[in-house]
Design a binder for this molecule. Sequence first.
Ligand code: ADP
Ligand code: F6P
Length: 390
Amino acid sequence: MTSGGDAPGMNGAVRAVVRMSIFMGCEAYAIYEGYEGLVQGGSLIKQMHWDDVRGYLSEGGTLIGTARCKAFMERPGRLQGAKHMVMAGIDALVICGGDGSLTGADKFRKEWPGLLDELVAKKELTAEQKRTYQHLNIVGLVGSIDNDMSSTDATIGCYSSLARICEAIDCIDATAESHQRAFVIEVMGRHCGWLALMAGVSTSADFIFIPEKPPSENWEAEMCSIIRRHREMGKRKTIVIVAEGAHDLALGKVTPTRVKDLLSNDLKLDTRITTLGHVQRGGRPCAYDRMLSTLQGVEAVRAVLNATPDTPSPVICVIENKIVRKPLLKAVEDTLEVAKAIEAKDFSRAMHLRDAEFAEYHNAYTTTTATGHQPEKTTTQGPGKSSIPG
Ligand code: ADP
Ligand code: F6P
């Protein structure tokens, strides 16, 4: 099943899970439209054969559909889901989604024995069916462009999305430079600044706003001073990246319009706003996401086959290029801790919790890009070349 926001690479995960399952002598099913498919059952639960996933690797989005399913948030929806799974003969579920989807999966597994009891009591399942399907194994794969899940270095989709953002900013750079304009670019990341930070690093944006590390109290003056300096150093364009979930130290929203007004009014820059929106989520997966989803899909099936009734549900992660299993619940809890730290305005904790390299990347960004450094003098290049930040 794929669930929650789609991400490039989800199809690669479906393909790998289907083919590895068949290779291991199992039957594979696709649940279409996320949890909605479990709740509705019928044609939304379909057996998948080897050929059914041909061509999946290079396709964007998710070909088996996804949904945000309200019914599954409530027990009666999950009761229907359990019934449809047993009726289809399914005893394990591999879910590729974000923290919401994986939270739902863990809850489903915990409730499973009670759900089967209730279905038997209501005579919707037989005692024999209950005996056969008494254990449900769940394995999570993290599919999200935001790279917001703790316990893994990368989520399936984040590098495709980052590449798309960089391509878009490269395009904007050309027109910005031609007109000497400023652009405020909003990127996705309702709760996570990874895309904005890494796009800042990768495109040498003049300033970035991310939820985990709000700018200083007098950020307006600070941002204008940095951009003014960059212009004085010869830069013909200005790029400011704002994460969807950006805010100031008091948690007041930092909007692209607010930033644009400052650039236009205080710096007198001809400024435009570009909201990249859902182009960041669609399109073909990059090579890394094809590899990651394949390796993780294979590992997910191994994890299903190794699981015992007492094994905590795992989530398949990548840490320092190794595909590893981590406890799903802990990964979700740690992820939610970041949101709590932000809410409590404990931003250093939020940066620390995000992952070990997050703060390093932020430092690398500020030292190399949003500089207070003096331009390096050089005689080997023409004016306005090597001395210009970015
Ligand atoms: P994502 O997986 O990308 O974080 P959502 O948070 O929208 O996306 O979750 C996707 C779906 O997972 C929801 O629409 C719902 O069906 C299910 N889900 C999320 N949280 C829960 C929960 N606490 N209990 C049960 N189901 C949940
Ligand atoms: O997939 C994650 C994400 O892209 C967030 O960064 C963004 O806020 C959200 O999904 C938007 O999703 P939708 O338009 O589906 O509500």
